[in-house]
Design a protein around this ligand. Structure first.
Ligand code: FAD
Ligand code: DLZ
Ligand code: SF4
Length: 527
């Protein structure tokens, strides 16, 4: 009888995982903490703590259920510190004759593992069925389509799953209620206080180890409050359903100077590492509508994010990789602005979005898209620099979801595959949706001069610089019309303002390098 090693990765912490469902009684389960996974981009300390604590808890749960678990700790003397070699070492140690693993969340690992399918100790890759759609199903949907629009994909998902459907018709009579979901930040709003998760001994030890080996990474564990067990994730889910969901829709696009979470669910990290399933989250939201406790615009808007966007970006990633990662449709060349690592900027909206990211390893979607993303797009930051940053700083970041959002949605670097136009915006948009500008030394109403909001001149500069690729886009016609009607002196003044700003913008290439050489678990500092 074959004796398999079942490798469970850090983002596969679900009892329903296909690898575990099919486990024969003699199987050995391997869960491995390795420095390679903390090192390939310099992850936020919360993210490293999240993975280490959640993996340890999950291993504990599996052992209690009677599985034979081999857990590699980061400071085990014989840890090889890479997932592939560690799985092979453990398999040999236990006399296993094959290694089984569900599709990982990143193409680089999938590729490494596929290379070993016919090795002497063969790897067997299984489909990860914890999503609504498999990559194969997505590829069939995408075949022959010139543009892969979310809206069409999403409607099919609704029909297939029956979520928010009444017979063949969408609940509420419309597929999409986004029109009702655009209210800006208002001083009268109050937001639900978050559940505070208790840190038991397993969590504390994991966080202590994260601190010991990765202390020079961005962030501090003093503010760590992520769910690390299924039970804690369910607390967050129920809290959101009861206290956040009803207002989620209306204020989905609002940005606050003081409040990081607003009515957002904060469920992405728990979903992405497997503590929650997308099915149970969508069903809980749907129930809240049928019970009359949340309006359709909120519930539809929320379900669309998970059943629509989340599945869509995953399908796109697996259909288009590895070529997708190489795309740079607008030819962007700039390195990352240095203040993305320390929030040291006098532009208030960026300062707050980045500081909140440093504090919580979290920023909500509109901060990622319209503040840090928009600024990077307007400055011409190159995709690999921006993608590495998003992958490093957010606890929910895994490449299958981060890359299409950054390279496709934010940077429009995929030739418009994901979005029909770039989400570029001037300071006017941020002023409308947030309360940042009243605290800023710049004015969103001025385009040139010492008080002018840098987003304004950068916006026109971006349109001018990329006119060749964008000015024939029907959705950009109006704005290019305004640009062409602008007097040449005004255009020249704006161009000069933007270029001066860009010349003085400090950029940084080396954060990853610095982080790699300090503080990682090496032979000398392992104890
Ligand atoms: P909510 O606003 O409460 O939304 C509910 C859920 O919907 C989220 O938990 C998430 O699972 C899903 N969702 C919402 N928007 C998207 C989207 N655009 N793509 C996929 N799923 C979505 N999300 C990640 O999970 N990981 C990432 O690495 C990631 N990187 C991003 C990078 C950029 C540049 C941008 C613009 C967006 C990125 N997103 C990413 C999507 C989105 O910003 C986060 O899912 C969301 O902010 C997480 O917070 P929340 O759980 O409170 O979400
Ligand atoms: C992000 C991360 C970190 C920090 N550490 C680990 C780890 O020690 N072991 C592990 O299996 N996974 C880790 N991950 C997640 C991986 O980088 C990767 O995204 C997933 O394993 C892909 O499925
Ligand atoms: Fe941001 Fe410009 Fe507003 Fe300042 S004025 S907060 S830089 S949008």
């Amino acid at each position: 009888m074959s004796k398999p090693l079942l490798l469970v990765l850090g983002d596969q912490l679900s009892l329903s995982l296909t690898t575990l469902k099919e486990a024969p009684s003699n199987a050995v389960i391997a869960i491995c903490e390795v420095t390679d996974e903390a090192r390939y981009v310099p992850h936020h300390i919360h993210k490293i703590g999240l993975f280490m604590a959640s993996m340890r808890h999950f291993a504990h749960t599996l052992s209690e259920k009677g599985f034979n678990v081999h857990y590699s700790r980061i400071d085990d003397a014989d840890n090889t510190q890479s997932l592939v070699s560690e799985a092979e070492r453990i398999a040999q140690y236990h006399g296993c004759d094959e290694i089984r693993v569900a599709r990982p969340g990143e193409w680089r690992l999938w590729n490494d593992m596929q290379q070993r399918e016919s090795a002497a100790l063969p790897w067997k890759l299984l489909e990860d069925d914890r999503y609504f759609t498999t990559p194969e199903e997505f590829a069939r949907w995408a075949e022959g389509r010139k543009q892969l629009r979310l809206e069409y994909f999403y409607r099919e998902q609704r029909k297939r799953t029956g979520l928010l459907m009444e017979g063949d018709a969408p609940t509420g009579g419309k597929w999409n209620f986004d029109h009702d979901n655009r209210e800006p930040m208002s001083a009268t709003l109050s937001f639900p206080a978050l559940p505070q998760h208790r840190q038991d001994e397993i969590t504390q030890q994991a966080l202590d180890d994260a601190k010991r080996y990765f202390n020079d990474h961005i962030g501090t564990l003093e503010t760590f409050n992520l769910p690390v067990t299924r039970r804690q994730a369910l607390v967050d889910l129920h809290h959101f359903i009861d206290h956040g969901l009803a207002d989620f829709g209306r204020y989905q696009d609002a940005i606050s100077d003081a409040e990081p979470f607003l009515y957002h669910s904060r469920l992405s990290a728990a979903l992405n590492i497997g503590l929650l399933t997308p099915h149970e989250v969508c069903e809980a939201a749907e129930q809240q509508y049928y019970k009359g406790k949340a309006p359709i615009n909120a519930v539809e808007g929320f379900i669309r994010q998970i059943l629509g966007w989340r599945e869509y970006v995953r399908g796109l990633y697996w259909t288009k990789m590895p070529a997708y990662k190489q795309q740079n449709g607008l030819g962007a060349k700039r390195d990352l602005p240095a203040f993305y690592w320390d929030a040291n900027t006098d532009m208030r909206c960026l300062q707050r979005a980045i500081q909140m990211t440093i504090d919580n390893s979290y920023a909500h979607h509109i901060q990622r898209l319209m503040v840090t993303g928009n600024f990077a797009l307007l400055c011409g930051v190159k995709p690999e620099a921006l993608c590495d940053w998003y992958l490093a700083v957010y606890a929910d970041a895994c490449e299958w979801v981060e890359l299409p959002n950054t390279l496709g949605m934010v940077l429009h670097a995929d030739g418009g595959l994901m979005g029909s136009k770039p989400y570029c915006a001037s300071g006017k948009y941020i002023d409308k949706m947030s309360d940042h500008c009243q605290h800023c030394r710049y004015s969103p109403k001025e385009v040139t001069g010492p008080r002018a909001c840098p987003f304004n001149s950068l916006y026109w500069h971006f349109l001018e610089t990329n006119a060749e690729q964008l000015n024939r886009n029907p959705r950009m016609k109006l704005i290019y019309g305004s640009l062409s009607r602008m007097k040449e002196e005004k255009r020249a003044a704006i161009r000069q303002q933007a270029e001066q700003f860009l010349t003085q913008l400090p950029t940084q290439t080396g954060y990853g390098q610095a982080a790699h050489t300090q503080g990682y678990a090496t032979q000398e500092n392992r104890s």
